[in-house]
Design a protein around this ligand. Structure first.
Ligand code: 3PG
Length: 311
């Protein structure tokens, strides 16, 4: 069996597959060449970069399994693949903690102007004392309220961190009404019941809002207007969940104090006015880019592929 890991696979996942007798190819095949080359493989593993669309599936009758090393499967025509008897496996739990930690990296940075300071203090002729004064308006996270839009695995991890920091959390979810979260405080396990609230309550009462949904257009002008003045937002889910024009306007008016964007409508070439806005903290879709997350993903992918062919 031949596996094409077109967007890479962690060494542990590759080794596990090879030990089970699979041949694993990690050379990246460009999207336009896959139409003629994917048929040489039984399995394709992708991250978010490679698209597995209907025409590619049709051009690859030997393909038996599609794997997504990560959570979102919006780059795969998985429903169509299923009609052809090809299952799609993903790794929904492996990267939750890493994504949630990235959100807080941005939140802390935005709350204390870390990003601006890194540029300004290094600049030639920068005046230390003057700069110190211009950073006087920082704010703590402790005691503030975090709104969480989407209370699945990543949303729960974000709540876990927030509660540990002494924040209040207001999650919004379509499916659940409450979640009992286990928090590990230096080895002592504490259970916290976190009730889900309405979207309007979350928007009106949150100082920080983080989004963990599969996609959609959920935050536009109307939702931004309902938020607290000076709110800080983070989107590490999918580009476009926050309308980019509406966000820029809300940053300009001061309604939104700062925003963290790991995902963009125009990936991999986001619009310059977002990248260059000093009130936006940006990262290039790296929520799952930690050694731990990729190790977990490698193990989960290998387990699923091996189990599939044992059936
Ligand atoms: O859906 C996911 O798992 C994340 O968006 C990560 O995507 P990546 O695997 O391309 O980093």
């Amino acid at each position: 069996m031949r596996v094409l890991a077109n967007d890479g696979i962690a060494p542990n996942g590759k080794a596990q597959l090879e030990a089970a007798g699979f041949e694993v190819v990690t050379d990246h095949i460009p999207q336009d060449e896959l139409m003629t080359k994917l048929n040489d493989f039984d399995v394709i593993c992708v991250r978010s970069a490679t698209k597995v669309r209907q025409e590619l599936i049709d051009a690859s009758p030997n393909l038996k399994v599609i794997c997504r090393g990560g959570v979102g499967i919006d780059n795969i025509d998985h429903a169509y693949a299923k009609t052809k008897g090809i299952p799609t496996y993903n790794t929904p739990a492996a990267s939750s903690a890493s994504v949630a930690e990235l959100v807080f990296a941005h939140f802390f940075g935005l709350s204390r102007d870390v990003q601006r300071s890194n540029f300004e203090l290094r600049a030639e002729g920068s005046e230390f004392k003057k700069l110190k004064k211009s950073y006087a308006g920082g704010q703590q996270l402790r005691g503030r309220t975090l709104g969480i839009l989407g209370f699945g695995r990543i949303g729960v991890e974000a709540a876990r961190i927030a509660i540990g920091l002494g924040m209040n959390v207001l999650p919004v979810d379509l499916v659940k009404e409450t979640e009992a979260i286990e928090i590990d405080l230096m080895g002592q396990k504490v259970m916290v019941d976190v009730p889900v609230v309405s979207m309007d309550k979350m928007l009106a009462e949150s100082d920080y809002i983080t989004i963990h949904v599969p996609g959609g257009n959920l935050i536009g002008e109307d939702e931004l207007a309902k938020m607290k003045d000076g709110v800080i937002l983070a989107n590490t889910s999918r580009g476009g969940v926050i309308n980019e024009d509406a966000l820029l306007a809300a940053l300009e008016s001061g309604k939104v104090r700062g925003a963290a964007l790991d995902v963009f409508v125009g990936e991999p070439n986001p619009r310059r006015d977002l990248l260059e806005n000093p009130k936006i903290s940006v990262t290039p879709h790296i929520g799952a880019a930690t050694g731990e997350a990729q190790y977990n993903i490698g193990t989960e992918l290998a387990d699923q592929i091996i189990a599939h062919f044992k059936k």
